[in-house]
Design a protein around this ligand. Structure first.
Ligand code: NOJ
Length: 570
């Protein structure tokens, strides 16, 4: 599907440095998310680890990523895939040890990749020494302990619900209750306590001193709760996350913490960054997290949640760019992560889902700002929807009525080779079963096949790095286009590029916007037979784009394939 590339995609064994350091590197960085437990297993225990991840870093370089984000690998009982930390300065033995973390950071830097690690400040594990002390009656101020309600205190202190389902409170032996917005094994910390604030600054320093380039801040919108922990007054609160402010999420008090962390990051003097995992009710509220004295990036979940619909996508793109530009930040774009159904499946089953996912990727990579790529999406992996109940580990799966509990389906270990145990994930099995058809989706199977999704990602990222109008900047120039089609121009440093996205299930004829550079599915030329060849009806031509005729292509029309995106030189 590659029509023309200004630079060839690098071979997987080409260990050239990734993008050289540049000021404001994160503003248009492509950041690859490694879910450590499912990326690469070096010791054959079926669980991915840091050594495995280090050995596979050349894949990220060959892909064209600028940075890697590693999900939590700290000491943890793994009640929530490591988001329940019992020691913030130690590596869990299942993932390796501190020397492995050090090696990984060093190797990444040698390869020109920045390293972002997760930090989990909203809650600890119930096995953290602080919580054990609290259960023994000491230092309870570090958490939220409260007496119960009802005549005998047997009802929770308020009506808050856990994101994973059920009440957000658990009762302890002496009759009092503690708050956990997630699983009971994840008690919420009390950020009014000075010791909590000091401890986390010290933990951040620990990892910054080890050389990490920044932090993805888990539940960055949740550390501060509304004074008095007021009732909400109704149920099904989880559905409101991201659309409404709740007394436990997106409280103004969190910003003071992020400002303090920004000062700490800046004190290192070499552009270490903070990335907020924040669910805010609007693009404007989200932009507050990336004000100049706060964090550098915030995940754009409005974009991730947007359906495959031209008008809705255009609105989200405009809202996101307007909000972040108003505070001088750039926007992030993300389609998948370890908490959501993979976008190949979200956008529709089978071939349509993959077509749309490929198109969505080119759209995302044409927008100004930084893009996040979740491991395996570059292989076009679908969600695994038929995992047997007994292998599922998502804590929400057991609790019901909260988050859907089906997050294991996007966490199945990824296939590297077409043969061998666990398709090259490791020398043993894999902690979640991989579908047999994944052998044909492995990195090995797709490498060198120009029609593969992997080569599409490699080509797109290579082009994005080479083309000044991609990534950088903060705006898009929308062009008139027929219903169901998005068209916009990007310009920078005298170069221009047009991106067209056909979000309809049929082909659409347009005046040729330029010369095709890269496409998720090739546009057909101007011949009268195109419609028949594609087997679809052809809407009336969109004359508007003809005005551009940048390429002497006057009168020439092209047929955009259904659910496709094309980058055009203009
Ligand atoms: C967000 C993380 O991405 C998710 O995996 C985790 O369960 C919750 N925060 C709680 O830490």
């Amino acid at each position: 599907m590659v029509h023309e590339l200004t630079s060839p995609a690098p071979a997987p064994d080409d260990l050239r440095r990734a993008s050289p350091s540049k000021p404001g590197w994160w503003r248009d960085a492509v950041i690859y998310q490694v879910y450590v437990r499912s990326f690469a297993d070096s010791d054959g225990d079926g669980i991915g680890d840091l050594r495995g991840a280090r050995e596979r870093l050349p894949h990220l370089v060959a892909l064209g990523a600028d940075a890697v984000w590693l999900t939590p690998f700290y000491a943890s009982p793994q009640a929530d895939g490591g988001y329940d930390v019992s020691d913030y300065r130690a590596v869990d033995p299942v993932f390796g040890d501190l020397a492995d973390a050090d090696d990984l950071v060093r190797t990444a830097h040698e390869l020109g990749l920045r390293v972002i690690v997760d930090i989990v400040p909203n809650h600890t594990s119930d096995q953290h020494p602080w919580f054990r002390e609290a259960l023994a009656g000491r230092g309870r101020r570090r958490y939220h302990f409260r007496p119960g309600t009802g005549p005998d205190g047997s009802l929770p202190p308020n009506d808050w619900e856990s994101v994973f389902g059920g009440p957000a409170w658990t009762r302890v032996a002496d009759g009092s209750w503690y708050l956990h917005l997630f699983a009971p094994e994840q008690p919420d910390l009390n950020w009014d306590d000075e010791e909590v604030r000091d401890e986390f600054e010290s933990v951040l320093r620990f990892w910054l001193d080890l050389g990490v380039d920044g932090f993805r801040i888990d539940v960055a919108h949740g550390m501060v709760k509304a004074p008095g922990l007021p009732d909400i007054g109704h149920r099904e609160q989880v559905r409101l996350i991201g659309s409404q402010q709740l007394p436990f999420f997106d409280q103004d008090g969190v910003h003071e913490i992020h400002r303090a962390w920004r000062r700490l990051l800046d004190s290192y003097g070499d552009e270490r960054i903070g990335v907020a995992e924040a669910w805010a009710p609007s693009a404007e509220r989200l932009a507050l997290y990336v004000r100049p004295d706060e964090l550098h990036q915030a995940f754009n979940f409005q974009y991730l949640n947007c359906p495959w619909d031209a008008d809705a996508l255009r609105r989200v793109v405009d809202d996101s760019l307007r909000a972040t530009t108003s505070v001088g930040a750039t926007t992030t774009w993300v389609l998948s992560n370890h908490d959501v159904v993979r976008h190949t499946t979200r956008y529709g089953a089978g071939a349509a889902g993959l077509r749309r996912a490929r198109a969505a990727t080119l759209l995302m990579l044409a927008l100004p700002g930084s893009a996040y790529v979740y491991q395996g999406e570059e292989l076009g992996l679908p969600e695994v929807t038929d995992l047997p109940d007994e292998v599922r580990q998502d804590p929400a799966f057991q609790r019901g009525e909260g988050q859907d509990g089906l997050r294991d389906g996007c966490r199945v270990p990824i296939p590297w080779t077409s043969q061998g145990p666990s398709y090259g994930f490791g020398p043993g099995g894999s902690w979640l079963p991989q579908p047999p058809e994944w052998r044909d989706l492995s990195v090995e199977a797709q490498t060198g096949d120009p029609a593969s999704t992997l080569e599409l990602y490699r080509s797109a990222l290579a082009l994005r790095r080479a083309h000044p109008a991609l990534g950088a900047g903060d705006g898009v120039e929308w062009l008139p286009a027929p219903p169901g089609v998005l068209a916009f121009r990007r310009r920078a440093e005298g170069a221009a590029l047009i991106c067209t996205v056909n979000l309809t299930p049929g082909p659409v004829r347009l005046p040729a916007p330029g010369r095709p550079l890269l496409s998720s599915a090739p546009p057909a030329g101007a011949c009268a037979g195109d419609a028949a060849a594609l087997g679809g009806k052809v809407p009336a031509p969109a004359r508007e784009l003809a005005d551009d005729d940048p390429d002497g292509a006057e009168g020439r029309t092209v047929l955009l394939a259904p659910d496709s995106c094309v980058w055009w030189a203009s």
